[in-house]
Design a binder for this molecule. Structure first.
Ligand code: ADP
Ligand code: TRP
Length: 319
């Protein structure tokens, strides 16, 4: 029996400025999972997936850099994790093509993302239509067992599984391991300053790397009703950084005094995020570090995928 740990793989698109909803809702748990020691983790910047919606070279470079810097700042451990860029590993698109030849159009037309785009009468590019095949390649190249994703990505993992089964069956060779989704528990829906779910598309975010002053400004702008009861939006964010046992008496004592409570939240949030922000700033000024990390990750990822592709090519008869 193999003593190797099961592979855990996650891809993240470099498409948005990170906010505290991303951190408390996803990144914090992801990093814990990578650290747990139960898995062999791979994590990559899904830049070719992002290319479906982002066609500005400078923006792509900046966001890729920011994403990698952010994950390092929140505590990703490079001793444990292979961190790379999808575009640095040619096997992803190569295997995607091979999968394209055994997947039918009607099958991909059943994907939620495609159906949503169609329902909205949106024009969809071929890359977006084919998104699930590139994602299947991402996953299957590494013999991935576990893919931590949000509920919205579950179907993509099922498609990757189907594709692995189809290939293995067609070529009578168990080339691919069947992956399982690991649905990240929704720890909390972090509200934005307007009370809706915090989201970059609603313009209601508190940025993860905001300065102390900027944090205070955003926190003071949180919308509260004037019922005199506990300001739930403020409390919902507060309990992410301080225990409820401590908070309940504080909110009781300052009932109705929204300004005081917000000032306390700004203080606590700032103290909580300060070490993360400091690491982020230090990494930003360390030119070359991110490039070095990605180059090393790409080398490791290429070694794994080249071996896999040799097996695939043998199975399909092109080598
Ligand atoms: P946005 O809504 O700002 O576009 P994304 O869709 O890029 O954010 O989300 C990236 C990750 O962050 C997802 O796993 C998502 O579940 C998590 N996330 C985003 N916003 C929130 C939020 N307000 N509360 C909890 N988790 C969130
Ligand atoms: N589709 C994922 C998202 O939008 C990103 C992604 C691309 C991914 N390839 C992956 C996630 C492989 C997990 C595994 O969030």
């Amino acid at each position: 029996m193999s003593t190797q740990k099961p592979v855990l793989l996650s891809g993240i698109k470099p498409t948005g400025d990170l906010h505290i909803g991303n951190y408390f809702g996803a990144m914090r748990q992801q990093v814990e999972l990578f650290k747990s020691g139960q898995y062999k983790p791979f994590i990559f910047v899904a830049d070719y997936h992002a290319l479906n919606t982002m066609h500005d070279a400078e923006e792509m470079r900046r966001r890729t850099r920011e994403l990698v810097t952010a994950y390092l700042a929140v505590g990703l451990d490079l001793e444990e994790v292979v961190l790379f860029k999808q575009s640095d590993v040619p096997a992803h698109t190569e295997l995607c093509w091979i999968f394209d030849t055994l997947t039918t159009m009607p099958y991909l037309m059943r994907a939620h993302a495609f159906k949503d785009a169609e329902a909205k009468n949106k024009e969809i590019n071929v890359g977006s239509f084919n998104y699930p095949m590139l994602m299947a390649a991402d996953i299957l190249l590494y013999d991935t067992k576990v893919v931590p994703v949000g509920q919205d990505q579950k179907q993509h993992i099922e498609i990757a599984r189907d594709t692995a089964e189809k290939f293995n069956h067609l070529y009578k060779d168990d080339v691919f391991t069947l992956p399982e989704p690991y649905i990240m528990p929704e720890v909390a829906v972090v509200p934005g300053v307007d009370g809706q779910k915090m989201s970059k598309s609603y313009g209601n975010v508190i940025p993860l790397f905001a300065s102390r002053e900027e944090l205070a400004k955003r926190v003071m702008s949180i919308v509260t009703d004037s019922s005199g009861e506990r300001p739930e939006n403020v409390y919902a964010i507060h309990k992410l950084v301080r225990s409820e046992a401590e908070l309940v008496p504080i909110y009781e004592e300052h009932k109705g005094k929204y300004k005081v409570l917000k000032e306390m939240l700004a203080e606590d949030l700032s103290a909580y995020l300060a070490p993360i922000r400091e690491r982020y700033v230090a990494l930003q000024s360390d030119h070359g570090r991110i490039e070095d990390i990605l180059a090393k990750g790409a080398q490791e990822a290429r070694a794994v995928t080249e071996a896999k592709m040799a097996r695939v090519k043998h199975a399909i008869g092109v080598s």
